[in-house]
Design a protein around this ligand. Structure first.
Ligand code: NAP
Length: 279
């Protein structure tokens, strides 16, 4: 069984990103700027923001973090950064009120570094070169690519149809000529689907859900899930059970999650290039 570790994928990305940051600085004579907007001082959320800031600073990206106390304050900050030419990308930090969530659609699509606006999702649907792939879906594809796992002609089963993971991932893997089945909470017999799959990707948020008896021998298993059980982080795959039958698995922690953080940096640099080449 091969462990599909994220740290090796990240080591390659790190080298590429350091080169890109240097090249773009010389070419455009400026650095990208990411604006992160939060609407409260939620501790977990701000810890996540600190992690993004640290990762961005490694690759020469400035971060402006705005923490608002009211919806109006958030909206004012949003309008400021959305119209500011110096801001490359905008991220909203959960938790957000229903009213603020509707603002996602107002993000200038050229600053949508998470690839979540309708316009960017349309580009993904049409597989346009300038598409911005949502970070977690991109991380899964990049892990498959890094480890030389061929998708073309394979039966791929994805569990979970969220807009940020399952659905964009299905589009990406269809573009790679996989035969993709997307399962969700109303799928009548998920096990029947996973048992026949060459590649199973689980993104449902249910600890240790996928068991050995529900995969075929030699399957590739990608675990996107992040769950906390008894104070420990685990995935949606029952790793101990599945490892006896799978050909390869991503660990949790140490798999998709670590790669996702670097995909955000790649999306920021892709956005930065698209904005500056168009001028
Ligand atoms: P989400 O928005 O809650 O969506 C969960 C999806 O799973 C839904 O489509 C749901 O179906 C489906 N589902 C639930 N139970 C199922 C079952 N028994 N069989 C098949 N499908 C089932 O979750 P998400 O944001 O996509 O995140 C999924 C997991 O990935 C979570 O553990 C999250 O923490 C993790 N995650 C990890 C990363 C990373 O970087 N590694 C990033 C983002 C998320 P319905 O649509 O029918 O409700």
């Amino acid at each position: 069984m091969t462990l599909l570790e994220g740290k090796q994928v990240v080591a390659k990305k790190e080298e590429e990103l350091l080169n890109i940051s240097k090249e773009y600085y010389e070419k455009y004579n400026k650095v990208p700027c990411l604006a992160i907007l939060s609407n409260n001082n939620d501790e977990a959320s701000q810890m996540y923001v600190k992690r993004i800031e640290k990762n961005c600073s490694k690759f020469g990206i400035n971060v402006r973090s705005y923490i608002s106390n009211t919806d109006d304050d958030f909206i004012n900050n949003f309008e400021k950064v959305n119209n500011d030419e110096m801001v490359t990308g905008i991220m909203f930090q959960e938790p957000l009120s229903k009213k603020l969530k509707t603002l996602v659609e107002k993000i200038d699509y050229r600053k949508d570094v998470e690839g979540i606006t309708t316009k960017n999702l349309g580009k993904l649907f049409l597989n346009k070169e300038e598409k911005i792939v949502p970070c977690t879906a991109k991380a899964v594809v990049d892990i498959l690519d890094y480890y030389g796992i061929v998708v073309e002609g394979k039966k791929v089963v994805i569990l979970g149809r969220s807009n940020i993971v399952g659905k964009p991932l299905a589009l990406e893997l269809i573009a790679k000529n996989g035969t993709v089945t997307l399962c969700h909470s109303k799928t009548s017999n998920v096990g029947n689907e996973t048992k026949n799959a060459d590649i199973v990707i689980v993104a449902i948020g249910k600890a240790n859900y996928l068991k050995a008896e529900n995969i075929k021998v030699g399957a590739i298993i990608i675990d996107v899930g992040i769950n906390v059980v008894d104070g420990k982080i685990c995935g949606d795959v029952d790793f101990e059970s599945v490892k006896s039958r799978a050909a390869a698995i991503t660990p949790v922690p140490g798999g998709v999650g670590v790669v996702t953080n670097y995909c955000l940096i790649e999306n920021i640099y892709k956005t930065f290039k698209l904005q500056n080449d168009k001028k």
